[in-house]
Every structure is written in structure tokens, then in C-alpha cells.
Design a protein around this ligand. Structure first.
Ligand code: FES
Ligand code: FES
Length: 210
């Protein structure tokens, strides 16, 4: 099989994600059925019924607990962008295909458009807004700037978060590792070579190299 088509070993990929979504959708179906079931029936079935109206939600985003109210059907991406004013993660395909909405959940990249906000409670969520420390950019952000790793820039936050997730689990990636980590992100401008270059440079920067 062509190397490009092999199942990647790690990282966020559309194929791997869709496998995971199978389970996620099943979970969503349970939630939806529960929402339509009388509360006492749902409780008897051991399923906590939520909604269909707004419910209180607490999300830990970039180290701070943020409270909001939203219907259980609201995605994490929508909660971040529309209610918490964190618009770094982009709404592009809204169906788990482009990676523009990538955020970190407990340090690992996920598509925020494919996760319900209620399910993200109790997890550590990091958005691109949470990477810099004051004026000090994250090494991934610095490397993207230094290596001119963007054209229109719309996909860039998603790539930055995927690369950040990679360096969290592997501080010494090679080019193949970088490609696998970015396999779930699409750049319509075709900036891939520069993104890969920046990711490798970020690994060096993070270790104190130039
Ligand atoms: S907007 Fe989430 S994957 Fe495209
Ligand atoms: S830089 Fe334009 S979509 Fe990636």
C-alpha cells in the first residue's frame, strides 16, 4: 500500500477520528434518546437526561473555569466561539474534515466541532489563545512566524494546535511524525511544506535551539 495511504501510527487523522466518532455518535444518540425520554425513565435506565433546553455548563479553558448556559446539542466549538468569545479555533467544515477547529483536550488534539460542550466538562481545554504567555509566544507560534508557514492563515490555528499536541507527546519528531500529526488538517492554500518546516523548527526552539 502507498505510504501516504497507510494508517498513521499516531496523531489526529480523519480516518482515526471517524473511527472515534463512531463511538461518539453512539454516545450522542444515547443522549438524544435520553433527552426525549421522560426524566424518570431516563434515570431508571441509568442515563442522565439533559435538555432539550439550556443547561449550565462549566468548561476549563486555558486554565480558567468558564461558565455558560447552552443546549446539550451545542458543540464545544460553538460554545468557545459564540459564547466565550474565543474565535481562534475556526468553523470551516463543521463536520470533522478540515481540522480548522482543532483544540487540545487534556493536551491532545481534538476537533472541537465534533464534540459536545457538555462532554468537555472536567477536561483541560487549550485553545490557540491560551498558548502564549503574555507577549511570549509559544515556540510553535514563533516558528510559524519565522518560517512564514501561512498564506491566508485560516487553517493556521488548527495546524498550530496539532503541532503543539505533537510536541507535547513527542519533543523530538521527525518529518514523518510531523506529517502524521498534521494529517487531520487541511490547508487550501497548500502551505504544507512551510508548516512541516515550522513544526521541526519549533521542536528545536522548544529545546532552546535557534
Ligand atoms: S471545522 Fe471542525 S474539522 Fe472542520
Ligand atoms: S494558509 Fe490558507 S488555508 Fe492554509
Amino acid at each position: 500500500m502507498d505510504d501516504e495511504l497507510k494508517e498513521p501510527k499516531s496523531g489526529l487523522t480523519r480516518r482515526g477520528f471517524l473511527k472515534g466518532v463512531g463511538g461518539g455518535l453512539a454516545g450522542t444518540a444515547v443522549l438524544s434518546a435520553a433527552a426525549l425520554t421522560a426524566p424518570e425513565e431516563a434515570t431508571a435506565a441509568g442515563v442522565k437526561a439533559l435538555g432539550p433546553g439550556k443547561v449550565p455548563i462549566a468548561l476549563k479553558v486555558n486554565g480558567k473555569t468558564m461558565k455558560l448556559e447552552a443546549e446539550p446539542r451545542v458543540t464545544l466549538l460553538s460554545a468557545l466561539r459564540d459564547q466565550l468569545d474565543l474565535t481562534g479555533a475556526k468553523l470551516i467544515c463543521d463536520r470533522g474534515e478540515c481540522g480548522g477547529c482543532t483544540v487540545l483536550l487534556d493536551g491532545k488534539p481534538v476537533y472541537a466541532c465534533m464534540m459536545l460542550a457538555v462532554d468537555a466538562q472536567g477536561r483541560d481545554i487549550t485553545t490557540v489563545e491560551g498558548l502564549a504567555r503574555g507577549d511570549q509566544l509559544d515556540p510553535v507560534q514563533t516558528a510559524f512566524v519565522q518560517h512564514d508557514a501561512l498564506m491566508c492563515g485560516f487553517c493556521t490555528p488548527g495546524f498550530v494546535m496539532s503541532v503543539r499536541g505533537l510536541l507535547n507527546r513527542n519533543p523530538n519528531p521527525n518529518l514523518d511524525d510531523v506529517k502524521r500529526a498534521c494529517a487531520g488538517n487541511i490547508c487550501r492554500c497548500g502551505t504544507y511544506p512551510k508548516v512541516f518546516e515550522a513544526a521541526l523548527a519549533a521542536a528545536k526552539l522548544q529545546k532552546g535551539g535557534a
